[in-house]
Design a protein around this ligand. Structure first.
Ligand code: CLF
Ligand code: SF4
Length: 289
């Protein structure tokens, strides 16, 4: 696990100066509704809200990896972070298997809301997953109920306290199972003043006790039902991170990537590669027509 940390740009501040990641935007569906998410954009749990990525097919995604890693040797991690929840999309597993088969040395990474993590962990491990992010925003069902309006699990729609209980149970169980499986695990928490701030230190404490490697506290971007929420100030963020750092190391270099980001952290796109991908897309379309 230590070897992976050294080259994973999100888990190591040093690595992010040297190595890059590419995101494959292959997962449009989501199985919950966060009140701060507008679903026509990328998943707000790991991406910059307000950005919409084009969804790739399995073949397009595999081709994209092939071209990117051949041209840019800094790319060490291939992540799937949306535009919806990766685990709610079966194509995620197909893409991971295809990438892992051709490039077993690349680190496969996933970012999830955690609802399906206990159910899908084995399949993820078999597909080659090596690092994982889970977004946990609450400890108590009362707070979770303020953050999530709906959960769909095994074709049943849950709301209110039932939805909150189910999601929290699966998130914390999934986190524990993921750590025990040997995966490198990061916990994302969105700081929503007046909603979950009093629970964030406890999330940090529990996540650290369970064995997550790092925590990434990010600021709420007010939109959707939370469009009037005031984001935390720079000082509030710094204070919260400082407080939580006694329990678990804090990430401070997150760039809130797009679901189709490419390159070093902070680089959304490599335009030369984008033009090449566009050309490949045209050729691929011509081929299948
Ligand atoms: Fe992507 Fe996320 Fe994996 Fe990194 S991003 S799925 S852990 S490979 Fe990194 Fe981007 Fe921040 Fe995410 S800077 S948004 S923490
Ligand atoms: Fe939106 Fe992500 Fe929440 Fe799904 S998990 S509702 S995509 S922020």
């Amino acid at each position: 696990m230590k070897d992976i940390i050294k080259i994973h740009p999100c888990f190591s501040r040093e690595a992010h100066h040297k190595y890059g990641r590419m995101h494959l935007s292959v997962a449009p569906a989501c199985n919950i509704q966060c009140r701060y998410c507008i679903r026509k954009y990328d998943c707000a749990n790991e991406s910059r809200p307000g950005v919409s990525s084009r969804v790739l097919s399995v073949d397009e995604a595999a081709e994209r990896v092939h071209v990117a890693v051949t041209r840019d040797e800094r790319i060490k991690v291939v992540g799937i972070a949306g535009p919806g929840d990766p685990l709610a999309n079966h194509v995620t597993f197909e893409v991971m298997r295809a990438v892992n088969k051709e490039f077993p040395d690349l680190i496969l990474c996933i970012s999830t809301n955690g609802l399906l993590l206990p159910d899908k962990l084995n399949e993820l491990l078999e597909a080659g997953l090596r690092s994982l992010t889970i977004t946990i925003n609450a400890i108590s069902p009362e707070t979770a109920e303020k953050i999530y309006s709906m959960v769909t699990y095994k074709n049943i729609i849950y709301r209110g306290g039932e939805a909150a209980n189910l999601l929290l149970k699966n998130q914390w169980l999934g986190l524990k199972m993921a750590v025990e499986s040997g995966l490198l695990v990061k916990v994302n928490t969105i700081y929503m003043p007046g909603i979950n701030d009093s629970e964030i230190p406890e999330i940090a404490r529990l996540a650290g006790n369970i064995g997550a490697s790092i925590m990434n506290i990010t600021s709420i971007i007010p939109q959707a039902e939370f469009k009037n929420l005031k984001p935390p100030s720079y000082e509030m963020m710094a204070k919260m991170r400082q407080r939580c750092s006694q329990y678990i190391p804090q990430m401070t270099h997150c760039k809130q990537c797009r679901a189709d980001a490419l390159g070093a952290l902070g680089e959304d796109k490599d335009m030369e590669l984008e033009m090449l991908f566009a050309k490949i897309g045209d050729e691929y379309t011509e081929m299948v027509i």
